[in-house]
Design a protein. Sequence first.
Length: 246
Amino acid sequence: MNTVLHLQALDKHFGGLHVTRGVTLQLHAGERLALIGPNGAGKTTLVNLISGVLAPSSGRIALHEQDITALPQAARVRAGLARTFQITTLAPQLPVQRQVELALFEREGLTGRWWRPVHAYPALTQEALALLATLGLAAHAALPTERLAYGEQRLLEIALALALKPRVLLLDEPMAGVPQGEGARLLAALDALPPDLAVLIIEHDMDLVFRFAQRIVVLADGAVLADGRPDEIRRDSRVRAAYLGH
Ligand SMILES: Nc1ncnc2c1ncn2[C@@H]1O[C@H](COP(=O)(O)OP(=O)(O)OP(=O)(O)O)[C@@H](O)[C@H]1O
Ligand SMILES: [Mg+2]
């Protein structure tokens, strides 16, 4: 299988707190991997290590064959690693479509020319509309971002990450805070992600996890407790004891 992301013996200490313990993990092209585990297990910390928000105390991270352990966040994004943006960094009054176009401009190195008429870049406009359609947001293209429902804003975050044409997408609890009624749309959008994109998702919603993931990694006390197919994880007595609780 084609490995896109390879974590080797990652460790992270916060002072005396040993939060990530010898995590070795591979993510393959097009794979849907869920990372689950109790609160405080170190899931978000692992995503922060992968995306470069935090530097590991020891260990190595490779994207394809490239060692990215020491690369800053922006360079990792250029190398094909994206995580969902924080919606709070977005301009609330900007139309949804414009928001995506700006991300595309940034990818193409056109930042600073954003004031040029949109029709100067018809291919990017098309791409923005196609991305919004993938995520079920096409009908809202002209709306100011602040008018989107909460779940739709999470979808827009995913659209902005996809605008960077990543090879690996990291999603940290995309369902958190999404009202019940909007959950189905988010699931549909996750199902519509490009098949060659490798997706690592952290999620506490076990219905989503077992529906979406081809493989599940269970983290407990910062270490990998189990790594297997959903049916193997469901049967694993250690996982039940540590997390699933039944
Ligand atoms: N910057 C930091 N400084 C000190 N301790 C931290 C820092 N970030 C995380 N921790 C600690 O590391 C541990 C793991 O936290 P982390 O946020 O990675 O857990 P998590 O698995 O994402 O939990 P949750 O399911 O609640 O989101 C926790 O004990 C947390 O308090
Ligand atoms: Mg977390």
